[in-house]
Design a protein around this ligand. Structure first.
Ligand SMILES: [Zn+2]
Length: 322
């Protein structure tokens, strides 16, 4: 158990709603002391839902939702601990507002949040200058800065805010240190970027791993609770709906793999030709160079698996179905 008692919380804490019931708020929805903040009026390009856990020592998870509300929390010195569910910029775009706060993450993602040079190693291959340039521009434009992580978490750790316990659940695959959070009193699971989007899982970073991602989804599936929230939808799922969506989300791995095999059955082809087909995204979406790049990286991971299994081989630069 990690108790987050750093001393007196600032007196302006009372500015924040403290009703101990489930209800909608101006910025989202609240379950006991767990307040979900929807990424609703964000002007930032990089955003995700945030979670504010009230109590004697409040914690803010992934400060990337409403700029207006989150900056008011920072100005009030309400939050002492900022917890990032992983190192991606869209989950820490407002970290920089919380000067003097303690930063927490899973140990495997801590260095990437603490220093850009470690972040770069997690997201860039030798051949991805285009993506690296894009990242540097985005980080500069949206003021995403290094934040030294002093609380390095692992699976099974529990953070105690005084009135709510936050269980850390390690779900690697999307990133090595990706975590879900289970809030005991609220009986709510926040699954971060196991986000149930119709597109399916995202694993385009060099440090992303398909098999770890699949295992993490199977792990999450075993957690039975009342409410489920993800990082990129304004929605609270009940148990049955969550499981249905999770099954469909999981199926995307097989669908993508199947598409690659079926395309290669038509004729041997080089990577650029294979990736001109809609495998991860719809074909029309691939006019966006970023989406085309992400698809390329994810297809490459599937191809490596298929070659390791002997399902796909190579003839020069062309891939063939064996
Ligand atoms: Zn992410």
């Amino acid at each position: 158990m990690i108790c987050l008692h750093y001393g007196e919380v600032q007196s302006r804490k009372s500015q924040v709603c403290n009703l101990n019931v489930n209800h909608e708020t101006d910025n989202g929805i609240r379950f006991n002391d767990v307040e979900i903040i929807w990424a609703r009026n964000s002007k930032e390009f990089l955003f995700s839902n945030s979670v504010l856990i009230h109590g004697a020592d409040p914690v803010l998870v992934d400060p990337s939702a409403s700029f207006t509300y989150i900056s008011s929390l920072a100005e009030a010195h309400y939050v002492k601990t900022v917890l990032n569910t992983h190192f991606h910029g869209d989950h820490r775009s407002l970290n920089q507002l919380f000067k003097g706060a303690y930063f927490a993450s899973h140990a495997a993602d801590a260095d990437a949040i603490s220093e850009f040079k470690h972040y770069a190693k997690m997201v860039v291959d030798d051949d991805t200058a285009f993506y690296f340039d894009w990242i540097k521009q985005v980080f500069a434009k949206y003021h995403i800065v290094d934040c030294p992580v002093s609380i390095k978490l692992k699976d099974g750790d529990v953070l105690d805010t005084g009135s709510e316990k936050i269980n850390i659940i390690h779900i690697p695959g999307h990133t090595p240190g990706h975590i879900a959070l289970y809030f005991e009193k609220a009986d709510l699971l926040y699954t971060s970027d196991i986000d149930l989007t119709p597109y399916g899982p995202w694993y385009a970073n060099p440090c992303s791993d398909i098999e770890q991602f699949k295992q993490s989804i199977r792990k999450i599936k075993l957690i039975s609770c009342k409410h489920y929230v993800t990082s990129h939808a304004e929605r609270v799922y009940d148990h049955e709906t969550f499981l249905n969506k999770l099954d469909r989300y999981y199926l995307a791995f097989e669908t993508r793999r199947f598409k690659i095999i079926e395309i290669l059955k038509t004729s041997p082809m080089e990577m650029h030709e294979l990736c001109s087909h809609g495998i991860v995204y719809k074909r029309a979406a691939l006019t966006d160079p970023l989406k085309a790049f992400f698809q390329f990286k994810m297809v490459a991971k599937h191809l490596k698996q298929l070659m390791d299994e002997g399902v796909v081989g190579q003839d020069g630069a062309k891939y063939i179905c064996v």
